[in-house]
Design a protein around this ligand. Sequence first.
Ligand code: ADE
Length: 245
Amino acid sequence: MKFDILTLFPAMFDGPLSQSILRRAIERGLIQVRCHAIRDYAYDKHRTTDDYPYGGGAGMVMKVEPLTACLEQVLADRPRARIILTSPRGRRFYQALAAELATEEELVIVCGRYEGVDERLKELFPLEEVSIGDFVLTGGEPAALVMVDAVSRLLPGVLGCGESAEDESFAAGLLEYPQYTRPETFRGHAVPEVLLSGNHGEVGKWRRREALRRTLLMRPDLLETAPLDKHDREWLRRLSGETDT
Ligand code: ADE
């Protein structure tokens, strides 16, 4: 998968891409990430990349000319690219979109800044505006990194065998069950007995119930769409009874 990121701050990507799983994926050639400095495409004396909004108001707007020049140069090399613009006004990024993007060969991510980009960029290019959540960042760079990370880990070979992308929260529509590792007891807090039993059936049942408990507590909205059987529903009714009383 080839990622091309258009940004005013390419150095923001150096740290995250040089560590851990993403670093390994790059070294193995499983992903390629190129960062393009939008400022290099600003041709006026001061290399201006933003300007005051027409009509007045607070904040600055990213200028259309440097973005267009940068994007055209990148797309010349990436004819099949899907183009994303990070923006708090965009469609929400979530696991299913990460999975969809993981099927692409080329992904271009434009990092928005300030009050946004000149709207004409969206008239000139088929941009999809994507938000990583209902909060406002200082810029789209962390959002771009979130997307590169979430998409990359779904690509074949990126995760090692101990880091499987299956059997996890959003894949099954529920939050993940609690995990424990050694020691068995720490400061008087013991690992749940059932996990030491070696009984895989009981462990599986316990994990399912704990995942349901956690989801009910933290993200009840997910229960509306999660695939549930009659045992799950029975358990949820019991849990709701406990919290009601
Ligand atoms: N830029 C600023 N806030 C953002 C958000 N929540 N998602 C994506 N890009 C952003």
